[in-house]
Every structure is written in C-alpha cells, then in structure tokens.
Design a protein around this ligand. Structure first.
Ligand code: HEM
Ligand code: ISQ
Length: 154
C-alpha cells in the first residue's frame, strides 16, 4: 500500500501539536515501554549507569525524541519517495547499534504499541483510526529499514 498525502498530513499535524510537550511525551513513552517490558530498561546505557529518577535523566528526552522525529520523517519520505530514505550511513549505524545493544523483534512491537498509545493520549481530540494507521505504517517501514541493517558493522 502506498503512503498518501493525507496520511503524511495526519502524522505531521499531530507531531506539530505534540512537539511543544516533547519532554513530557518522551518520559511517557519510556514509562509505557518499561511498564510492558521492564527488562528493556537494561538495554539503555544511560539508564543502566544512572541512579537519578527517569524524569531527571538528561539523555532521556533526546532519545525518546529520536523515535518520534524519525517516524515522522519516515512518513514524509514514504509519501515523497515511496520508501524510507534515511541516509544510507544513518540506517547502517542504527542497524548496527540496535543489533549490538541486543534489540529483538519483541522490543520493536513494545515500542510500536507504546508509541501509538502515547500519541493517542497526547492528541485525544484529533486521534482517529486513520491517524493510528498512518503512524503505524510509517513506524513499520522505518523498522523494516533498520532491521535490514541489523548486523555488525564491518
Ligand atoms: C539508540 C532510534 C527502536 C533501543 C537509538 C538511537 C536512535 C534510535 C537514533 C541513538 C543512536 C544510536 O545509538 O544508533 C530508534 C528508532 C527506532 C528504535 C528510530 C524505531 C523506529 C528501538 C527499540 C529498542 C531500542 C525497539 C528496544 C527497546 C535502543 C538502545 C539504544 C538505542 C538500547 C542505545 C542507547 C544507549 O546509548 O545505551 N535508537 N530506535 N530502539 N535504541 Fe533505538
Ligand atoms: C528507541 N531507541 C532509542 C530511544 C528510544 C526512546 C524511547 C523509545 C524507544 C527508543
């Protein structure tokens, strides 16, 4: 199925509303993930090596933002190019680092579910099945591109 201009607009519109609350959203996303998969916490070095509470962790927001921003960008590219065109070197790096940190299929599912729930709570007034599909599809295609590169860097 191709990605339409309407789907792109749904993703971009909701991200525009959400980004001013980026810090709170990022925290919510992490909390949701660890509620479902507590063991995933150990994967993140900046959480593992730190005793400060999650909401005080300086790196947490930036990391959570990467997932929102890259999924949103993926939606824009899918509409324009019909495929995820994150720079080749970036995808290789993402694939290699997620491979190295021990990320597996189940983790991608937990993050997908958590991401969609977080967005739903952030934009309840405009949330609809089409919006859920658009974010879900953009995420799936981005993940597929990352998974293709999930091997050690040469
Ligand atoms: C690191 C994006 C899915 C766990 C990162 C980084 C980015 C990123 C940009 C930092 C740069 C790097 O280390 O390569 C994404 C995107 C995802 C995704 C766009 C899906 C669309 C996941 C999933 C997990 C995960 C499903 C597992 C729960 C990690 C870990 C790191 C990381 C453990 C390293 C953190 C550290 O520095 O210790 N991710 N990620 N990621 N990601 Fe993801
Ligand atoms: C995946 N990779 C890096 C950071 C993340 C933050 C929140 C949810 C998923 C993530």
């Amino acid at each position: 199925m191709g990605f339409t201009a309407e789907q792109e607009a749904l993703v971009v519109k909701s991200w525009d509303v959400m980004k001013k609350d980026a810090a709170a959203l990022g925290l919510k996303l992490f909390l949701r993930i660890f509620e479902i998969a507590p063991s995933a916490r150990r994967l993140f070095s900046f959480l593992r090596d730190s005793d400060v509470p999650l909401d005080k962790n300086p790196k947490l927001k930036a990391h959570a933002m990467a997932v929102f921003v890259m999924t949103c960008e993926s939606a824009v590219q899918l509409r324009k190019a019909g495929e995820v065109t994150v720079r080749e070197s970036t995808l290789k790096k993402l694939g290699a680092s997620h491979f190295k940190h021990g990320v597996v299929d189940e983790h991608f599912e937990v993050v997908r579910f958590s991401l969609l729930e977080t967005i739903k709570e952030a934009v309840p007034d405009i949330w609809c099945p089409e919006m859920k599909n658009a974010w879900g599809e953009a995420y799936d295609q981005l993940v597929a591109a990352i998974k293709e590169e999930m091997k050690p860097l040469p």
